[in-house]
Design a protein around this ligand. Structure first.
Ligand SMILES: Nc1ncnc2c1ncn2[C@@H]1O[C@H](COP(=O)(O)OP(=O)(O)OP(=O)(O)O)[C@@H](O)[C@H]1O
Ligand SMILES: [Mg+2]
Length: 143
C-alpha cells in the first residue's frame, strides 16, 4: 500500500498538483475521487486534464454522468453523484469504461467501491483550516 499526502492552500495549487500527478500516468489507471460537495474533486479533474494535455477545459459531468476527452491519453471523467450504487453504474454502461486503456476518473467513487478493481488509485480531498486549505491524500496498492 502506497500512501502520500499534500496540503493545498488554493484551487490553483490543487490543480497544479493534479497536473503534475497526471504526467506520471501511463494509461489504464482508475482514479477514484472522494470528498464532500465542493471539496475540490472537479478541480483535481481539471488539473489531470491539463497534465494529460487535454486542450478543452474539463467540466463537471454531473448531468451527463461521463465526459470523454483526448490528450496524451484518453480521459474518461465520470460523476456518480446521482447514482446510488453499482447496479445503476452497470445499467448506464459506465463499468465498460474501466478497461478501455485510458485514464478513468470517477467523482463520488465510493458509491461503487465494490465494482472497482483493487489497483484503483484513491484520492481523498478534505477541507482544512480556512476557506482554501485542502488535505489531499492518495492511496493505492502497488502490486
Ligand atoms: N485548495 C483548494 N483546492 C480545490 N478547490 C478549492 C480550494 N480552495 C477553495 N476551493 C474551491 O472549492 C470548490 C471546489 O469545487 P469542485 O467543483 O472542484 O468540488 P467537487 O468536489 O467537484 O464538488 P461536487 O461534489 O459538487 O462535484 C471550488 O469553488 C474551488 O474554487
Ligand atoms: Mg465535482
Amino acid at each position: 500500500m502506497f500512501i502520500s499526502g499534500f496540503l493545498s492552500h488554493s484551487p490553483s495549487e490543487t490543480e497544479s498538483w493534479a497536473a503534475e500527478f497526471a504526467k506520471k500516468l501511463k494509461g489504464g489507471e482508475i482514479i477514484a475521487l472522494t470528498g464532500e460537495l465542493g471539496a475540490g474533486k472537479t478541480v483535481i479533474a481539471k488539473g489531470i486534464g491539463r497534465g494529460l494535455g487535454v486542450r478543452e477545459e474539463v467540466l463537471s459531468p454531473s448531468f451527463n454522468y461521463l465526459l470523454e476527452y483526448r490528450g496524451r491519453l484518453q480521459l474518461f471523467h465520470a460523476d456518480l453523484y446521482r447514482i446510488d450504487g453499482p447496479q445503476a453504474f452497470r445499467a448506464l454502461g459506465l463499468d465498460e469504461y474501466l478497461d478501455r486503456g485510458g485514464v478513468m476518473l470517477i467523482e463520488w467513487a465510493e458509491r461503487v467501491k465494490d465494482s472497482l478493481p483493487p489497483e484503483t488509485i484513491w484520492i481523498e480531498i478534505v477541507p482544512g483550516e480556512g476557506d482554501q486549505e485542502r488535505r489531499i491524500s492518495l492511496r493505492w496498492k502497488d502490486a
